[in-house]
Design a protein around this ligand. Structure first.
Ligand code: PLP
Length: 282
């Protein structure tokens, strides 16, 4: 069959992207981004667990058990002779089938993963970043790492257009997370962040930060803070697999405390580096 592609009529089989693919047509799929340091995955089990939880939440059958997926991911590192810092993007969709909202019968999931180089954001880790605030207009199941990222994309684009790194999302003034990271506020030596509910993604670095806080005897309080609280914060930071523990020094053009990364953020950064076995660069 002939199809229309970029204003040209071509044979359907000549298309460079899948024709009827549920990830493309419905965002009917899930993904993970896993950090690689010196050719090794960091927090691999946490990511794999989350992938299977996302799959279950959308009733998607993954074609192999966890240990096989881990073997394949390790193989991917080796086949690419990966010894540097990078990340793997892993995507699973419900499969390819004629377009219909109802799940197709007898299709297998489409899985692909690729590795790319990614250096640590050293300058930003050192000096902190500025962010904006945006209304959280996403759906009610943000704990699923789904391919439907349009609200996240739009929020991050707005941040980018304003010269900022991220967008803090809020529901009626209560802060949930950022467009592609979790967010924290420090007040009187205590860390505050949104509790693990269906309204945020349960970040793997968030799990690690909770562990570091306990090891360092820093109270980790899972209670949502408000936009108002930000005005009097002692420190703020965000976390993700690519951003690590990243200090926030300005929100909507207003400086946080003295405008420099705070002591608790720095202690957590050091704990992260120790845990991820990455040298503390000078
Ligand atoms: N929240 C959202 C919406 C994300 O997209 C991400 C990661 O991409 C995170 C939080 C952080 O998750 P992780 O620490 O597992 O990278």
């Amino acid at each position: 069959p002939v199809v229309l592609s970029q204003a040209k009529f071509v044979h359907r089989d000549s298309l460079k992207y899948p024709f009827e693919e549920r990830g493309l047509q419905f965002g009917d799929g899930i993904y993970e981004v896993i950090r690689i340091y010196h050719g090794k995955y960091y927090l691999l089990m946490e990511h794999v667990e989350r992938l299977y939880q996302s799959a279950e939440a959308i009733k998607l059958n993954l074609p192999y058990p966890k240990h096989e997926l881990i073997e394949l991911l390790d193989d991917l590192l080796q086949r690419n002779n990966m010894t540097e810092n990078g990340k793997v993007y892993l995507q699973v969709t419900r499969g390819s089938a004629p377009r219909d909202h109802v799940f197709p019968q007898n299709v297998t999931a489409n899985i692909y993963a690729y590795i790319s180089k990614q250096e640590r954001p050293l300058e930003q880790l050192k000096h902190g970043v500025c962010v904006i605030t945006e209304r959280d207009i996403r759906w009610e199941k943000c704990y699923i790492k789904s391919l439907n990222l349009l609200p996240n994309v739009l929020a991050k684009q707005t941040a980018n257009e304003k010269g900022c790194y991220e967008a803090i999302l809020h529901k009626d003034g209560l802060v949930t997370e950022c467009s592609s990271s979790n967010v924290y506020l420090v007040k009187n030596g205590q860390i505050y962040t949104h509790p693990i509910t269906e309204n945020i993604l349960h970040g793997c670095v968030r799990m690690a930060v909770e562990r570091f806080s306990s090891e360092l005897n820093i109270p980790f309080i899972e209670k949502a803070f408000t936009l108002d609280d930000i005005k009097t914060a002692d420190e703020m930071f965000l976390t993700s697999s690519t951003s690590e523990v990243l200090p926030i020094v300005k929100v909507d053009n207003i400086q946080i405390a003295d405008g420099k990364p705070g002591p608790i953020s720095k202690r957590l950064q050091a704990a992260y580096e120790k845990d991820a076995l990455i040298q503390i660069e000078t």
